[in-house]
Design a protein around this ligand. Structure first.
Ligand SMILES: Cc1ncc(C[n+]2csc(CCOP(=O)(O)OP(=O)(O)O)c2C)c(N)n1
Ligand SMILES: [Mg+2]
Length: 298
């Protein structure tokens, strides 16, 4: 299959013409770090406005989602259902504030919309809903199911001879339950080299350390045994995230699992590595402090 990719490169961006669609990607590391801060500010706005939501696990994947949507994935915010787009399954659906903020900053809907998070009649409900939210590729929230859906998308891509890639973000507590390991064996069995799993290894679950709740370690060995190629990175280092996706794209006949070492609550001093911030909204004082730490106006 012929894929026409014409690149126009400047210092900060690259413009790609891919299958008739113009895609702007950010290549400058500082710009991506700034974007990640905007994504984090959006997360805090959402959860503060709703007075509920999950800040910890949203902040831990902000850098990964920023790289995916602003540097890595071939997507078109003007045509969210474009059939050749890369897909993302946020299997740890409670981190919806991170996905919504990324999609808003990418132009799927407005940043103002984020303030309606969890509101009655808002499209931005507590967990991602593919029917109502432009850019959401899979409805999630009930943990442990997303990898099965991602497998389906990846297998469909192969059957249809499509070039798209499928990304699936799993929580490290999430992999203690559901059908995750059946799904992992399936990815390996079908040699899904168009699939890239990212485990958000922030070491915390809903109410404690993952090894205390139901120890999932060694995570790398388990995915390896299921047929995955393993890449371990610092999940907050933008350069390392970019290169991990680059390596993943060139792996043949094997799915890839990126184990991203992260910090729950990353970016806000009093939330970092605190299990109490798994699912709690900041009060006004904490909100102002958080926005200030993220370089915002407050
Ligand atoms: C099937 C199912 N069981 C339980 C829950 C409740 N729950 C929501 S988040 C969470 C903890 C998940 O931990 P992890 O995957 O590590 O998330 P993160 O640290 O990234 O927030 C649990 C148990 C759920 N949403 N779905
Ligand atoms: Mg976790």
């Amino acid at each position: 299959m012929s894929v026409s990719i014409l690149r126009i490169i400047c210092q900060k961006f690259v413009i790609i013409f891919y299958k008739g669609v113009v895609i702007l990607k950010i290549t400058n590391i500082n710009e991506l770090q700034e974007k990640a801060k905007e994504v984090r500010r959006g997360i805090i706005e959402e959860i503060y406005s709703a007075n509920s939501g999950h800040p910890g696990g949203s902040l831990s994947i902000a850098d990964i989602l920023t790289v995916l949507y602003f540097n890595e994935m071939n997507v078109d915010e003007k045509n969210p259902n474009w059939e050749d787009r890369d897909r993302l399954v946020l299997s740890k659906g409670h981190a919806s504030p991170a996905l919504y903020s990324t999609l808003a900053n990418r132009g799927y809907f407005t940043v103002e919309d984020l303030k309606t998070f969890r509101g009655i009649n808002s499209k931005l409900q507590g967990h991602p809903d593919m029917k109502h939210i432009p850019g959401v590729d899979m409805t999630t929230g009930s943990l442990g199911q997303g990898l099965s859906a991602a497998n389906g998308m990846a297998i469909a891509g192969k059957i249809d001879n499509k070039n798209y890639r499928v990304y699936c973000i799993l929580g490290d507590g999430e992999i203690e339950e559901g059908q995750v390991w059946e799904a992992a064996m399936t990815s390996g069995k079908y040699k899904l080299d168009n699939l890239c799993v990212i485990v958000d290894n922030n070491n915390l679950q809903i109410d404690g350390e993952i090894s205390d709740v139901m120890n999932p370690y060694p995570i790398d060995e388990k995915f390896k045994a299921s047929g995955f190629k393993i890449i371990c990175i610092d999940g907050h280092n933008i350069e390392k995230i970019i290169s991990a996706f680059e390596v993943a794209k060139n792996v043949k006949e094997q799915p890839v699992c990126i184990i991203a070492k992260t910090i729950k609550g990353k970016g806000i001093s009093f939330m970092e590595n605190q299990v109490g911030w798994h699912g709690k909204a900041p009060n006004e004082e904490q909100y102002n402090q958080a926005i200030k730490e993220l370089g915002g106006a407050k």
